[in-house]
Design a protein around this ligand. Structure first.
Ligand code: ADP
Ligand code: MG
Ligand code: MG
Ligand code: MG
Length: 419
């Protein structure tokens, strides 16, 4: 996009700025002077405003040319908004469960979307000990559908390459993941932080742990080179919003895909699992009796995997229209059995990779720049550190022993062992 007329919005001029978009005026109704504006961004990167008018409300997300969490000293390109928009459009087509776009202004790095006003961030629900029963199934289907349908299993090779090239330009956000997940936690870096002094010895031991660093670098190499599918790229429990009506019907949405790029499918799956496992370890620090919630969280890990594998297998059978594992070699010559075996092998490999990525994503939330509220809200520090040490012990296992662990049922078993 051309950013020559880009201007960041301020809370005081959001209404006036948004009034220039007819789609916005139509949804909100009335005049801009009647619109109420509230900044709600709790993420690390961008500014998010909720705007309410007489007829309706909206959510406006604008990228600024720097990282919100750190400030102007850390520049970050505006075009992350362009990739977020591109990902939202594709995810809506391939699966749904994303906020509807009201208008997109590329030159302002501005996405105006549906206000999920009744929803809350899933991470906050998990911290509160609340259980949304449909979240695991929605996320399993969302991942299977967005990953399968963007891959060479679904698209012809040329189309997949055009898509891959489009998202390959999202290098600045990939670099954040490359550094903050796979590199900085394992070396001295001024942006790292951890519960200190309680974890000082643990951190020193991890930086000297050759097996751990080797495993993380294997995962990083995969992240850098395997252009398998269009990833969400930041699929933690803070990128999921959930709601429940009084009658118990739930709605689950996936937000914030600005890290979208072509990478290994296991990265999205592992990211989500890591956050559920961090929530599992946080429970004992958050409240006195959360044993039921802990069992539920591990059950969700297994439910996400089994739901994912089931939907992926269904898509393999019914929608394998791409150039990879071409049907002419399998079903078309009556060999359904070989096709099913190939699908199982594909999923087994993906599962091992997801387990490794889960380990990497857990560790970085304890050792690196960006932490998770699940653990951060535990006080005092010794209580938090106790849970963080357990989470780190599991993270190491998931990385170093991912091949031996092999599946998420066993990963949950290990999670109980180090609890
Ligand atoms: P960032 O990229 O900075 O992490 P997010 O897209 O995650 O920004 O949004 C930050 C916060 O804004 C979310 O945690 C959520 O509370 C709120 N938010 C984001 N999108 C919506 C939406 N469509 N409706 C309501 N609230 C939203
Ligand atoms: Mg976010
Ligand atoms: Mg669906
Ligand atoms: Mg974001």
């Amino acid at each position: 996009p051309d950013y020559s007329s880009y201007r960041p919005m301020e809370e005081c001029d959001v209404a006036q700025r948004l009034a220039t978009y007819p789609e916005v005026v139509e949804v909100l109704g009335g005049r801009p002077t009647e619109w109420a504006v509230r900044e709600v961004g709790d993420g690390n990167l961008n500014f998010v405003y909720i705007v309410k008018g007489p007829n309706g409300s909206l959510c406006a997300k604008q990228a600024l040319p720097f990282v919100r969490l750190v400030g102007e000293s850390w520049p970050l390109p505006l075009d992350r908004s362009h990739f977020e928009h591109g990902a939202l459009v594709r995810q809506a087509q391939r699966s749904g469960h994303v906020p509807k776009i009201v208008t997109y202004d590329p030159g302002q790095a501005l996405i105006v979307m549906e206000n999920l006003g009744r929803h809350k961030i899933w991470r906050n629900a998990l911290i509160a000990g609340e259980r949304h029963e449909s979240a695991a199934d929605v996320l399993a289907n969302f991942m299977a559908e967005t990953l399968f349908r963007s891959s060479d299993l679904s698209l012809d090779a040329a189309s997949r390459k055009v898509e891959m090239v489009h998202f390959a330009a999202n290098t600045a956000l990939c670099k954040i993941t490359e550094d903050l997940v796979f590199t900085d936690p394992y070396r001295a870096h001024e942006l790292n932080r951890w519960t200190s002094p309680e974890l000082d010895d643990t951190v020193a031991a991890i930086r000297a742990d050759a097996e751990w660093k080797h495993a993380v670098q294997e995962m990083k190499a995969l992240f850098l080179t395997r252009t398998e599918a269009l990833l969400h790229g930041d699929l933690h429990t803070g990128s999921v919003m959930v709601s429940r009506t009084e009658t118990g019907s739930e709605d689950v949405r996936i937000i914030d895909p600005e890290f979208a790029y072509y990478g290994p499918m296991g990265f999205d799956v592992g990211a989500l699992m890591a956050n559920l496992l961090l929530a599992f370890y946080a429970q004992d620090g958050l409240a006195d009796d959360r044993s039921g919630m802990k069992d539920w969280l591990l059950a969700q890990v297994e439910r996400v995997w089994s739901g994912f594998a089931e939907r992926f297998t269904e898509l393999w059978r019914t929608e394998r229209t791409g150039d990879s594992y071409h049907r002419s070699l399998f079903e078309d010559v009556g060999d359904e059995e070989a096709s099913a075996a190939a699908c199982n092998t594909y999923l087994a490999r993906l599962q091992v990779e997801a387990i490794g990525f889960a380990g990497a994503k857990m560790a970085r939330r304890i050792l690196g720049l960006a932490h998770v509220a699940d653990l951060e809200t535990i006080e005092p520090a010794e209580r938090r550190a106790k849970q963080e040490k357990r989470a780190l012990a599991l993270a190491r296992m998931l990385l170093v022993e991912r091949h031996a662990i092999g599946n998420f049922a066993e990963a949950c078993e290990r999670a109980r062992q180090v609890d």
